[in-house]
Design a protein around this ligand. Structure first.
Ligand code: ARG
Length: 592
């Protein structure tokens, strides 16, 4: 099925080709960029005119003179504007066509089959075992989920992969500490916090330093004592007790994280950790040696001469240490090979913070140099999170925010706001409804704060803005959706029969045009790996609804026919807003 705007374009193209003055491949229609041009689409005539040795303004005039479009189609008229031909929508035909699109596809409105037959791996979240997720993992989770939703909506087969950090020497310390202090009693994020705490105190014990010590540094490379070192080695060699303790930590972490994932609507298809690829590392190192990309240097394996996709020289890096140990990058290259061999993906998208940008350029360049994959490899980098005092969140500074606490906090704050509305008599809700809505609004606010601007930008945890019922926030969008639902509830029923051609008021057309854009918005957001494109659209659509609602009364419309048509517009708006929010994994309550 094609959507209304696509049909509008197709009608224009057909009519232009029928003039015999221009060929289909010369036609490039675009929305006019200048804000003072009111046209819906424009054809620049420069290229075609040049090919014919005429001037663009002349060609524009000839095209319009010869122009003949179907009378009851989507195109109302064509007009010359200097070197352009401007095209205008037939409002009366446009409105019912858009409403039909929405009604026919309902929760699938906006989606298409563009990507069918293609496979995309989205790797996101990827927290570390025996630790809580910090803000970097939270951002990755939220951005990755939105991108997975977008690609699925476009008909791609999406594999959601959580690349857990479950490999490394630190697990020797974790095991030694657990044997020393015992397994924590707590569950959820609290259990992970307890493991972190044990790790820290054990580390201090080994160094003979306490946190009060002026040169104590929790982030410093761990001073492995003999015991921890021995456990690390045993784990590597597959000692049953070491493995059992490690597996217990993996399960504890996964279970704790899943509670938060459930609240965010996140479900993975694959959760292999880094350790899953450990048996491939030897082959990666020998392939790199044989291909001549890697050199031996004092026992270590080094990559010295490598350029990235843009031809820029990359700084030297290690693939194997002189003690035989492998590195983070060795495992990432192995992962790429495994994914190619197992899934043969068209695209692999990594959602990881900006500080790992060089790491991924090196990983991608080496994987390509070794011929491991022909997939498109994309690193979607994101910025840091600041608190409302303008401080970057960090474990070091002690202002770190963890996921469970963040979501709980959001819930409590949203609940207070909704209760306030109830007290003020602005809405009536039962306690159960309040709790349910508070969860949707609170979690929605957290998600939207991550997605409303370019992922590269830093974000701020500013509750006041995040939870504002006005402005570019999730609660505002959810509130506009709930407004639509309440209008429909008040109307009692939406009449099955209606005449969409009545919807020609400027505010109605404005709203319909926003709704009609959703399919191309989904495409653009996926192509640019940019969920904010959907967020921008949601905000524009919510405002267009608000403008419509101010200008046109629905329940008290001038005639029953107009009332019925407007109710359908309200219903379509609710559906479109809901679909857009769902693409970001934000739920839309029916009342607020
Ligand atoms: N676990 C890593 C961290 O917390 C992120 C992993 C990102 N993905 C990857 N393929 N390297 O920093």
């Amino acid at each position: 099925m094609t959507y209304t705007f696509q049909r509008f374009e197709a009608e224009i193209t057909d009519a232009l080709v029928a003039t015999g003055l221009i060929a289909a491949e010369e036609i490039e229609l675009a929305a006019p960029k200048a804000t003072n041009v009111v046209a819906d689409l424009a054809l620049p005539c420069f290229r075609a005119a040049k090919a014919r040795g005429t001037n663009p303004a002349q060609l524009a005039q000839d095209l319009v003179a010869a122009w003949q479009a179907p009378a009851d189609g989507l195109v109302e008229r064509a007009e010359v504007s200097g070197p352009y031909v401007n095209f205008f929508l037939n409002k009366a035909a446009f409105a019912p066509a858009v409403l039909r699109d929405v009604a026919e596809r309902a929760s699938g409105y906006g989606c298409s089959e563009l990507g069918s037959g293609k496979r995309v791996i989205v790797e996101y979240s990827s927290p570390n075992i025996a630790k809580r997720m910090h803000v970097g993992h939270i951002r990755s989770t939220i951005i990755g989920q939105a991108l997975a939703n977008l690609y699925a909506c476009l008909g791609y087969e999406v594999i959601r992969d959580n690349h857990l950090g479950d490999y490394g020497k630190q697990f020797g310390v974790n095991i030694a500490a657990t044997l020393h202090y015992g397994r924590p009693e707590a569950e959820g994020e609290a259990a992970l916090a307890a493991l972190e705490e044990q790790y820290k105190t054990y580390n201090q014990l080994m160094k003979g330093k306490s946190e009060d010590d002026p040169d104590y540094d929790p982030d410093a490379e761990l001073a492995m004592d003999d015991n921890a070192r021995a456990w690390s080695l045993k784990l590597e060699q597959g000692d049953p007790q070491a493995l059992e303790l490690w597996e217990w930590m993996v399960e504890l972490t996964k279970t704790a994280n899943q509670r938060n994932y459930d609240r965010l609507g996140v479900q993975f298809d694959v959760q292999h950790g880094e350790s899953f690829y450990k048996d491939m590392l030897g082959q990666i190192i020998s392939d790199a040696g044989e291909s001549g990309v890697a050199e031996r240097d004092n026992g270590a394996v080094v990559i010295k001469e490598l350029t990235d996709a843009k031809g820029k020289k990359l700084p030297l890096f290690l693939l194997q240490r002189s003690d035989g140990g492998t590195l983070y990058i060795t495992r990432d290259v192995a992962t790429i090979k495994y994914r190619e061999d197992t899934y043969n993906p068209d695209t692999v998208i990594y959602i990881v913070g900006q500080p790992q940008e060089l790491h991924f350029r090196q990983t991608f360049a080496l994987s390509k140099a070794l011929g491991y994959t022909d997939a498109k490899l994309i690193h979607v980098a994101f910025g840091t999170v600041f608190d409302d005092q303008g401080q970057a969140l960090s474990t070091r500074k002690g202002n770190m925010v963890y996921l469970e606490i963040l979501l709980d906090d959001a819930h409590i704050r949203a609940k207070a706001l909704i209760e306030q509305k109830v007290v003020e008599g602005k809405t009536t809700l039962t306690p159960a409804q309040i709790a349910e809505i508070a969860e949707m609004v609170g979690v929605g606010a957290v998600i939207y704060n991550d997605l409303y601007q370019d992922t590269k930008r830093n974000i701020t945890l500013d509750w006041e803005r995040m939870l504002a019922f006005e402005g570019n926030s999730a609660p505002y969008l959810q509130y506009m959706h709930a407004r639509c639902c309440s209008i429909i509830r008040e109307a009692g029923a939406v009449p099955a029969e209606y005449d969409g051609t009545l919807l020609t008021h400027e505010a109605e057309t404005g709203l319909l045009k926003e709704i009609a854009r959703l399919p191309q918005i989904v495409r653009e957001a996926a192509e640019r790996f940019a969920p904010f494109v959907v967020a921008d659209w949601l905000y524009a659509t919510a405002r267009a609804f608000s403008a419509f609602y101010d200008a046109c009364s629905v329940l008290k419309a001038a005639s029953p026919e107009l009332r019925a048509a407007r109710l359908h517009l309200v219903e379509a708006t609710a559906q479109a807003l809901r679909n857009g929010l769902m693409l970001l994994s934000i739920r839309a309550p029916e009342r607020m």
